[in-house]
Design a protein around this ligand. Structure first.
Ligand SMILES: [Zn+2]
Length: 386
């Protein structure tokens, strides 16, 4: 789920407008210090505030799904720009934003990279043995068990995939944050340290110590396989769950099945990595739509299959429907990830395949399932009648 450039460009423009209309932001001592410290090294040209467009290209660089927070924040700033019904997630993000003080808000719109810092720290440096990246206690058992189940379910080599969390509280740690500023945003060591200290100061008095769900509103699959980027060399395959996405699913009333369904989808991307299913004659939005719909199908097949999670099909489809309606709102190009209807058709088809297997309880090989999906894809993406 990568965000389109246009979305982020809109966020950039809106944030600039918001800044212009909020002179108090410029009087904030914390950010004034940031301007000074980064300004001092401005000649290098690498230490300005990372732009929203940069956020998009960085997510693409790592081949991960960008945080849902970017789109939601853009809509919260400028709801009139977006022609989509307001969703449960919007309401949730709106309540988070309304909970910010002026100081927090003014800091955030000048440091929108805070929406991504926990992601890149966890992606590059987290591990499943480091307690700082442990899954949060209330979901630890269920996610760990589901991860075990999904690894057993699919016939790929998955023993090397790590499951761990990302926590916004990392932003209390200037060392780790400065590392992200250097490695991902290319800031000089001096500028990175100064900006990381500003972030640490901001979360020491606000943002729930960094644990505000807005900063970890994401779950994603990652592999460095075939990626020549030196930054990711040696990073193991991962599935990372943000604390914030769990809070959001709970707030949307799908805290029961939602996290497991999300894991099914994200693990579907790992099946695609291992089986080399990303290549197709399609390009651009159509290619992304194909892989996302396929991940939906992998996820639903696992969630509903008798030897997978064996969850109630109706409930799974209900949960996925509310999810897909959220997702659709994020993208200006409706072909990008599939419309809610297309995604629901992919999931419904997969659930039917799973239910048909019930008497024998046979699990299809992942490549067989993928072949069946390819044959079904034209029907899944066919224009809706009427
Ligand atoms: Zn996906």
């Amino acid at each position: 789920m990568n965000l389109s450039t246009r979305w982020l460009a809109v966020l950039g423009a809106s944030a600039a407008l918001a800044l212009g209309a909020a002179p108090s932001a410029l009087a904030d001592t914390g950010t004034a210090a940031a301007s000074t410290s980064t300004g001092a090294a401005a000649t290098s040209g690498t230490d300005t505030t990372p732009s929203p467009a940069q956020a998009d290209s960085i997510a693409a660089r790592f081949g991960i799904e960008a945080s849902l927070a970017h789109g939601a924040l853009a809509r919260a700033i400028n709801p009139g720009d977006y022609q989509c019904a307001s969703t449960d997630l919007d309401a949730y993000v709106g309540s988070l934003i309304n909970g910010f003080s002026d100081t927090e808000w003014n800091f955030l719109i000048r440091h929108t990279e805070m929406l991504d810092i926990p992601t890149y720290d966890a992606l590059l440096h987290g591990s499943d043995t480091d307690p700082r990246y442990a899954l949060r206690p209330d979901y630890r058992q269920s996610l760990t068990q589901t991860f075990r189940d999904v690894k057993r379910f699919w016939d790929i080599n998955s023993s090397d995939i790590e499951l761990h969390a990302m926590h916004g509280s990392v932003m209390q740690d200037p060392e780790r944050v400065a590392r992200v500023y250097r490695e991902v945003y290319g800031l000089s060591p001096t500028a990175a340290a100064a900006r990381a200290q500003d972030v640490a100061n901001a979360v020491s008095t606000g943002f729930d110590g960094g644990d505000n769900p807005l900063f970890t509103l994401n779950a994603f699959a990652f592999t460095a396989q075939g990626d020549p980027d030196p930054l990711v060399q040696g990073v193991p395959d991962k599935l990372i769950f943000g604390d914030g996405i769990l809070d959001a699913l709970q707030a949307m009333g799908i805290g029961d099945v939602g996290p497991r369904a999300v894991m099914g989808h994200e693990f579907g991307h790992h099946v695609q990595y291992e089986d080399n299913l990303f290549d197709s004659p399609l390009t651009g939005a159509e290619a992304t739509r194909r892989t996302e719909l396929m991940a939906d199908a992998f996820g639903t097949y696992f969630a509903t299959h008798a030897r997978g999670l064996a969850l109630n099909t109706k409930r799974v489809l209900q949960v996925e429907k509310s999810f897909y309606e959220v997702g659709d709102c994020y993208y200006t190009d409706p072909g990008h990830h599939g419309t809610p209807n297309q995604r629901l058709r992919a999931s419904t088809w997969a659930a039917d395949v799973a239910n048909a297997a019930r008497p024998q309880g046979k699990i299809l090989p992942s490549l067989t399932f993928a072949d069946m999906f390819e044959k079904e894809l034209p029907a899944i993406v066919a224009p809706d009648a009427g």
